[in-house]
Structures are given as structure tokens and as C-alpha cells.
Design a protein. Sequence first.
Length: 135
Amino acid sequence: LKARRLVALERSADAEFAVENYRRVAEGEPLETRIRVAAAAGDLYTKLGMNTQAEGCFRKLLELVPGRFEPLAKCLIRQDKVDEALELCVSQAKADGGPAGAMALAGVLGSVKGRKTGVRGLAEGVLEDLVKQHG
């Protein structure tokens, strides 16, 4: 909450300091608390335009919740790391094997429409296979 107020006051350096302190304190907390902190910190950094820091939070979130890759994929796209985002989505969609993975992959593909990427063909092929499997 304090970090959000600092953001509202356009004091991003202070907000970053507050978020990092909060993340350090949360490391000793139960899993659910660490999950919420990683997601909230990543969201806050995104709002601040601090995508590198947000990426670190979303990587931590993926480590804590292996299927929760969409925030990281979107963060990578904001940084023009399109191939890395698509590779992440392809690997997660294959691992998931279900409609949730296909939907996430379709969303990321839609958000990078028109951008050049070497992985797009692979991603589209994986998506087609998943759609065939799950109708």
C-alpha cells in the first residue's frame, strides 16, 4: 500500500525501495504470501515502467507457481523479447497440454501480431496441435 501511494506521488525510486524491502521480508513467509508479493511487486513495477524489475518478480512468480507464466510472457513482450516470450509460452503450453495453455499461447500470439519473430511458426504449429486435441 505504501508503495502504491509513492507511485501516485511519482516517487518511483522510493517505491522501488519500499517494494524491495517488502519482497525481502516476504521471503520467510508462507508460500501463498510469497506468491501474492511476487505478483503484486511485478504489477507495481509494470505500472512504474520498470520492466526489468517486473521481469524478475514474474520469474519468481513462475518459480513459485510453475503454470503461471502469462505475466512473465507479457512482460517480455513489453521489452521486445518476443522470441523469448513465445518460447516460454510454447514450452508451457506443451507442458500443460490443455486448453489453458492453448488460450495463453493464443493470447500472446495475438499481442505480437505483425512483429517479426523466428519462433512464430513453431508457436502457431503448437497452437494448431492443441486446438485439434481439445477442439
